[in-house]
Design a protein around this ligand. Structure first.
Ligand SMILES: [Fe+2]
Length: 181
């Protein structure tokens, strides 16, 4: 019997879990409705430097790598899954603060701007890809720290500082992947 010709991607993601620090998340709660705080979190949710940008950048990385670099693709997807959980936490906080999760974030001028893939850095060169991911993680940490300085709600800030722990862990893992190249 003639074997049918095919091109296959045999990288299996079965059982893959979000890659994050093994510490609990603070409860999702806020001290009160605050639209200004919701607007800040919307930037973290879906602005240029945001969880939505991170998720889409990692899934793009994973797709480029999975045929030939399956272990690295799995790590990047696991990291992306953690970013998806961050997106979920931020979204829940935005709703509690009285905001709307409509995938728009206010620009510096105050105008709402829809998220766009123009925000992503998605080179096909593996080293450049990992460097772009490290840059994005570092940018996210800086933005969270800036927003924590502006948000006077200890419940919200507790979630942001827990997210930062995961982002720092991701930078460490990405640096290890770079060393293996
Ligand atoms: Fe991250």
């Amino acid at each position: 019997m003639m074997e049918e010709r095919s091109l296959a991607n045999n990288c299996s993601f079965a059982g893959l879990k979000p890659i994050m620090v093994d510490l609990p998340y603070p409860p999702v709660k806020v001290r009160g409705v605050n639209r200004d705080y919701a607007d800040l979190l919307k930037v973290d949710y879906c602005g240029s430097v945001s969880e939505l940008s991170a998720i889409t950048q990692y899934i793009n990385n994973e797709t480029r790598l999975s045929c030939n670099h399956c272990p690295m693709a799995k790590t990047l997807l696991g990291i992306g899954m953690a970013e998806m959980m961050h997106l979920q936490k931020l979204g829940e906080l935005i709703v509690l603060l009285g905001g709307d999760v409509d995938f728009s974030a206010r620009s510096r001028s105050g105008r709402p701007v829809m998220w766009t893939p123009d925000y992503l850095a998605i080179p096909d060169n593996t080293k450049k890809m990992l460097m772009a991911d490290i840059d994005a993680e570092a940018g996210a940490i800086r933005q969270y720290e800036m927003h924590m300085g502006m948000i006077k709600d200890d419940c919200v800030d507790a979630v942001l500082s827990r997210i930062i722990l995961d982002e720092e862990y991701h930078i460490m893992l990405l640096k290890i992947l770079m060393q293996d190249l």
